[in-house]
Design a protein around this ligand. Sequence first.
Ligand code: KG4
Length: 344
Amino acid sequence: MHKSMADYILGIESSCDDTSAAVIADGVLLSNVIASQQVHKDFGGVVPELASRAHEKNIVPVVSEALKRAGISARELTAIAFTRGPGLLGSLLVGTSFAKALSLSLDIPLVMVNHLQGHVLAGFIRQPDVPVREPSFPYLCLLVSGGNSQIVRVNGPLSYEILGQTIDDAVGEAFDKCSKMLGLGYPGGPVIDRLARQGNPERFHFAKPNIPGLDYSFSGVKTSLLYFVRDQMAQDPDFLEKNKEDLCASFQKTLIDVLMGKLIRAAKETRIREITIGGGVSANSGLRERIVAEGEKRHWNTYLPEFKFTTDNAAMIAIAGWFQYKAGIRTPLDVAPVSRLADF
Ligand code: KG4
């Protein structure tokens, strides 16, 4: 392909604590640079004000690096896609303002992307020299992260509906809060995942939510673990230390059971067998194994995108922007970021 023939889309993502920029050429990924913020580790969670400041520091070098790795100059860009929301408002403001300024100075179109849309379309990121395997429409995406727990029905690149979502905590939050409670650190998901591999998932049982329809709830499971550990510690102060692995394995299994229960139901109700997964929690090894196993049993076509495309990244924003760009969608320069999904 001749270089100048391609449409180059720059994607910018800054909704939470990762500053990311990516370049795609006609849907093929050329670069995807992610600067993860380390400043939040000591606080046991993302501190919004610190996140905004880190984005301000990172955005210029991250975009420059993405262009450099793609081997193009800013002047060759066709359009700029950016995350408008949902997310932390201060963080989103940095990416949005940068995207607007660049669009104005280069005189190229701006395309806003809903972060959620980026996650559900991550399976369409093509990479040079990697065989293409993409879900066909309609498909279901289990979107599980620190901010979301949803089952999304994707009818086409620009058409999707949320079939169910959490009414309280996101599943990633449940991992993080329980890890903090057990003194295992932040972010909790990877630690619990690792310890769970050495434990017995059937040893302890925690209360599962009973929520109608396809919605989720995770705050009860968290409380159930909290009370259980508190009661056991009253009898044996070493209980936690002695049973960490089994506690993690049993807790993780409960969360996976809850996630899978509604996903299976959604697949049955919609008769859709194309299943994808997205968001930080989709890195969980237990969840991945279970989706594959259920998929084999139920004759689903399952798609587990590479880990680097399931957590926050600009490649998915660029691809979602590319679909919109091709459909003729453009965003005016007076666009403002939004923190909540409902405000889209
Ligand atoms: O998508 P993501 O990077 O950003 C946010 O939505 O914030 O997701 C982060 C979440 C955190 O809650 C983290 O604990 C969780 O994903 N996570 C995991 C694993 N790796 C990250 N949860 C379970 N198992 C993992 N291996």
